[in-house]
Write a protein that binds this ligand. Sequence first.
Ligand code: GDP
Length: 216
Amino acid sequence: MKITSVELEKRCRDPKGFPRSPLPEIAFAGRSNVGKSSLINTLLTRRRLVGVSSTPGKTRSIDFFRINDAFRFVDLPGYGYARVPKAVQNAWKTLIDAYLVNRETLVSVVWILDIRRDVSDLDRMLHDWLCSYAIPYIPVCTKADKVSPGDREKQRKALRKSLDPEADPVLFSAKTGLGKDVLWKRMRAAMLHPAASNASRKPLGGPAGRPGGAGR
Ligand code: GDP
């Protein structure tokens, strides 16, 4: 994907501020410190567009990046950082909920996991929740450079087994660029053929939980 322009269009702490013009959106979600900022910067070939944090749990807003004037990347606040007070966690939860449930322009969520870690309860909650609202997602395992090729495959298989046999997680590394092209291909396909508009989505048997819940 050739990136010709990237603009931080809006930084929102309130759903009322979400951009109104209808561009397709890909949202990025994962637990704090998973490598989300590095992944977005790598995809956009911008070194410091999204601040790679030395302070996990710092982001409190939903950031909308307008790309090539054609689509948006939406950076959702990282969840699950234990040192964030409960009240702040709850505010994030409300904000993330408001975005995911109601956003008609959302075409897919890039759901980010650290390849070295087991799927946490909060990860699982987000996954179940995306499924219950029939929101399409692309699972990505970051920091793949930190494990051997054999362990990468092992983790990919484990993820499939524990979450979804159909899921085909993208192995990604911001350090080496592994998986960048594959992920662009999947995101482009999602934008070209959105599964369903959010307007027509209904929870399938009610949500199993909510993302952004209390940190541990
Ligand atoms: P965020 O909190 O999810 O946005 O995570 P960051 O992008 O800020 O990354 C957290 C830490 O992990 C930083 O020290 C990054 O340099 C490191 N990191 C992120 N992605 C990778 C990767 O693919 N490989 C390696 N080796 N380190 C990474």
